[in-house]
Design a protein around this ligand. Structure first.
Ligand code: ATP
Ligand code: MG
Length: 257
């Protein structure tokens, strides 16, 4: 069963065509790993899936649980259960992290956290951050931890995570990635995770991977295998490989090799 289906999606940013006719689907209850060099359009894809206004869909369709959301607003997509973990989580002056976390949990800011919620906040090592403005003066790794905890508290059906492992130390990576894995496993939700590294695959069970290069998808197969090949061969050489098989994601691009 697919949670998200994308058909022939092309996207422009500032008038420039970035994504060129993408076809893919995301499975329910599974994590999917997206690799791609800098500037290939990964962040653009997440922005377009979430309906952020700077990304102009020029052709194609996006279906969420069978419903066409191509023209739905970002709010509507969020209400359906889609969330984005940003590559660079923004600072929010005047909003305390503790209050935002309560809003994510759907409770009034005057309520206390439950013992279970406090345990999760502690697991993310954010207890001493609750009275601070969201992300203001947070280190890169602290921002990522705060972002992922907010998303998990929202209990989404689909997590779109833009490099959740960038700028985080080894221990934070283990913690963030294990919590994402635990959430996906327990909730039956799905995730699309962008990464440049393979370390996250030590903690996240993912069968499905692919590469975005020059606005097109290549190599739908096991993510660890893709990562090893990229490391060994580089992106251009990797996607020119002729023996790839499509073992996972549906790929209607006719790019099967
Ligand atoms: N607001 C914008 N104005 C102009 N060009 C943009 C804008 N946003 C993105 N682009 C361009 O679109 C292309 C894709 O950018 P995108 O951020 O999606 O890449 P990415 O794959 O996420 O890269 P990275 O790995 O560096 O995060 C880049 O060439 C980028 O310069
Ligand atoms: Mg990016």
């Amino acid at each position: 069963m697919d949670i998200l289906e994308v058909k022939d999606l092309s996207v422009k940013v500032e008038g420039k065509l970035i994504l060129k006719g993408l076809n893919f689907s995301l499975k329910e209850g599974a994590s999917h790993i997206l690799f791609g060099p800098n500037g290939s359009g990964k962040t653009t894809l997440i922005g377009a899936l979430m309906g952020l206004p700077e990304y102009e869909v020029t052709s194609g369709k996006i279906l969420f649980q069978g419903t066409d959301i191509t023209n739905a607003s970002t709010d509507e997509r969020a209400k359906l259960g889609m969330v984005v973990g940003f590559q660079n989580p923004p600072e929010i002056t005047g909003v305390k992290l503790g209050d935002l976390l309560k809003l994510c949990l759907g409770k009034p800011v005057s309520d206390d956290f439950s013992p279970e919620e406090l345990k999760q906040i502690e697991a993310f090592r954010l207890n001493s951050f609750l009275n601070r403005n969201v992300n203001l003066g947070f280190s890169g790794g602290e921002r990522k931890r705060s972002e992922i905890l907010q998303l998990i508290f929202l209990k989404p059906k689909l997590l779109l995570l833009d490099e959740p492992d960038s700028g985080v130390d080894v221990e934070s990576l283990r913690m963030i990635a294990s919590e994402i894995q635990r959430y996906v496993e327990n909730s039956g939700s799905s995730a699309l995770i962008i990464t440049h590294k393979g370390d996250i695959l030590d903690y996240i069970k993912a069968k499905y991977g692919c590469i975005l290069l020059n606005g097109k998808f290549h190599c739908f197969t096991n993510p660890m295998r893709i990562y090893e090949d990229i490391k060994r061969l580089g992106y251009e050489e990797c996607v020119s490989c002729r023996i790839r098989t499509d073992e996972g994601w549906r790929n209607n691009n006719g790019q099967r090799k």
